[in-house]
Design a protein around this ligand. Structure first.
Ligand SMILES: Nc1ncnc2c1ncn2[C@@H]1O[C@H](COP(=O)(O)OP(=O)(O)O)[C@@H](O)[C@H]1O
Ligand SMILES: [Mg+2]
Length: 345
């Protein structure tokens, strides 16, 4: 939990204009965030051994993107976010936010980013208005430049502006966290697993808000372990697993690579080898009479496979299909394209 004192420690001590279009003549950077060869090793202690949490990570997030960092628990997502936020020290590599290197220009870099951490940490005895004013003060935003009412309205918290934070619902608290991250008008907003453990309705609400902020020009980086969330919301996705980025592409291109399903057929006949007519589908013989097909939903529909089975004079006794889940995707991507494309023997 970051206390106010801890937050103050990494705040810029005077205001820096960083909002979209508020760069005093400086052209905006092509990349809102740029990370090169980033490495993080958590030193082992008496209880835990050393942990290589990020390994040679390269990432370029275009200005204006709604970018998803997708990976399972423990992949290194929060570590990456926290390095950008100045909360965790990197072991090696470089990172720049809105053109400012986090080592060379730490103040500018921190002023350019607003972070919504994974854990909800809201002081229960302040009202949303007070919390936003306090946060603006920490960032050195002068009173006449504060946009507290506007931010409260954007996140539909206006009617709760004077309520104690402890009386807010879970959804309102999440939105208040986003509001807090926006007080200094950062061009880059980072959300660490904004919808983990959140119900469907609230998830939809948050997505709507994030989309709206992005449409207004804020570059958004969010982490998630839900493939569906990255798919729905993000225009670009980087997949991270065991500290390595194993894919980074537009959502469309990535999904094309991933539109993969598995079909298992149990045949009435205990055939001991793959029938010739089925060869082109490259099934695996799991056991006599038991065939596993991998296919692309967009390319070879199930009925083509079933037709070929029937044409071979075989009878299907039972069948099951499985969506590719995140774990399979990681395996596929890690295995490498050349191997995945090589015909099975
Ligand atoms: N403060 C820490 N000290 C030691 N190891 C840590 C610390 N924080 C995270 N880790 C480890 O680093 C790896 C990445 O963690 P994290 O960045 O939190 O992943 P994610 O956010 O993707 O779930 C995990 O193996 C985790 O146990
Ligand atoms: Mg995390």
């Amino acid at each position: 939990m970051a206390s106010l004192a801890a937050e103050r420690a990494f705040m810029p001590d005077s205001p820096i204009q960083t909002g979209p279009g508020a760069d005093g003549g400086m052209p905006p950077p092509d990349h809102a965030v740029e990370v090169r060869g980033l490495d993080k090793i958590y030193r082992g202690g008496r209880r835990n051994k050393a942990n290589h949490a990020l390994i040679d990570v390269d990432l370029a997030i275009p200005r204006g993107a709604l970018f998803g960092l997708l990976g399972p628990n423990g992949a290194g997502k929060s570590t990456l976010i926290n390095i950008l936020a100045g909360l965790v020290n990197k072991t090696g590599g470089r990172a720049a936010i809105w053109g400012s290197d986090i080592d060379e220009n730490p103040r500018q870099a921190r002023a350019a980013i607003g972070v919504v951490p994974q854990e909800l940490n809201i002081d229960p005895f302040f009202t949303p208005r007070e919390l936003l004013e306090l946060q603006a003060g920490l960032y050195g935003v002068p009173p006449r430049e504060r946009r507290t009412d506007r931010i409260l309205a954007d996140l539909r918290l206006s009617d709760k502006a004077e309520a104690y934070a402890r009386t807010l619902s879970g959804g309102m608290r999440r939105r208040l966290m986003v509001a807090k991250a926006m007080v200094h008008d950062p061009p880059v907003l980072v959300l660490d697993e904004p919808t983990a453990g959140v119900d469907i309705e609230l998830r939809q609400q948050l997505w709507t808000h994030v989309r709206a902020l992005n449409r207004r020009g804020t570059t958004v980086l969010l982490t998630t372990h839900y493939l569906e969330e990255a798919e729905e919301l993000c225009d670009r996705i980087a997949i991270i697993n065991h500290g390595r980025v194993i894919a980074c592409d537009t959502t469309e291109a990535l999904l094309r690579r991933l539109d993969n399903k598995a079909l298992t057929l149990v045949l009435a006949e205990a055939v001991g080898e793959v029938p010739e007519r089925l060869g082109r589908f490259q099934p695996e013989l799991l056991a006599p009479g038991r065939l596993l097909f991998h296919y692309r939903t967009s390319e070879s529909p199930v009925n083509e496979i079933l037709g070929a089975v029937a044409a071979s004079g075989l009878t299907v006794q039972d069948m099951s299909t499985e969506e590719t889940d995140l774990e399979d995707i990681f395996l596929q991507l890690t295995r490498g394209a050349h191997e995945a494309e090589a015909p099975k023997g």
